[in-house]
Design a protein. Structure first.
Length: 152
């Protein structure tokens, strides 16, 4: 378990499923103790409805999330060197984060989180896959950052 960084970027493939869930959970459970954002390797999808649904079960609102890519972050002036920690939730995002941060003294961690898209037949089975991914992220947060400081 490490100390809570001042700024964290969560990333995955499309910033539509895993990284928005991680961003929302971090903000909900750890409050304003850290600046938290998320991004994807690509920005070709909107926030996933199943991600919205399983996060709503924990009182986390994701419906207003707008997906963005690493490239868009740079275009908008968000400098990766401003983050203390980048948490990659997919192999592709880990590769991209390492590529973009190779000149910075910046910690990049890889959390192997299940990609729930395409899993399960029917709504309930799909929701269960998304819950598994959500719960994996939650468990990794607890292991990495300690007991939740803010839980409603």
């Amino acid at each position: 378990m490490g100390t809570l960084p001042q700024s964290i970027l969560f990333c995955c493939d499309h910033n539509a499923v895993r990284s928005p869930m991680a961003e929302g959970m971090m903000k909900k459970f750890y409050g304003q103790t850290a600046y938290v954002q998320s991004a994807g390797v690509h920005n070709d999808m909107e926030i996933d409805g199943f991600s919205i649904a399983v996060c709503e079960e924990l009182g986390i609102e994701l419906a207003r999330h707008r997906s963005r890519s690493f490239d868009e972050m740079q275009e908008w002036g968000d400098d990766l060197s401003g983050f203390d920690l980048v948490v990659a939730l997919s192999p592709a995002s880990q590769r991209r984060a390492l590529e973009l941060t190779r000149f910075f003294h910046l910690e990049v961690e890889y959390w192997p989180i299940l990609d729930p898209t395409g899993l399960g037949e029917g709504r309930e089975a799909k929701l269960e896959s998304y819950r598994q991914a959500r719960d994996q992220i939650h468990e990794r947060m607890l292991a990495r950052f300690g007991t939740l400081t803010k839980e409603e």
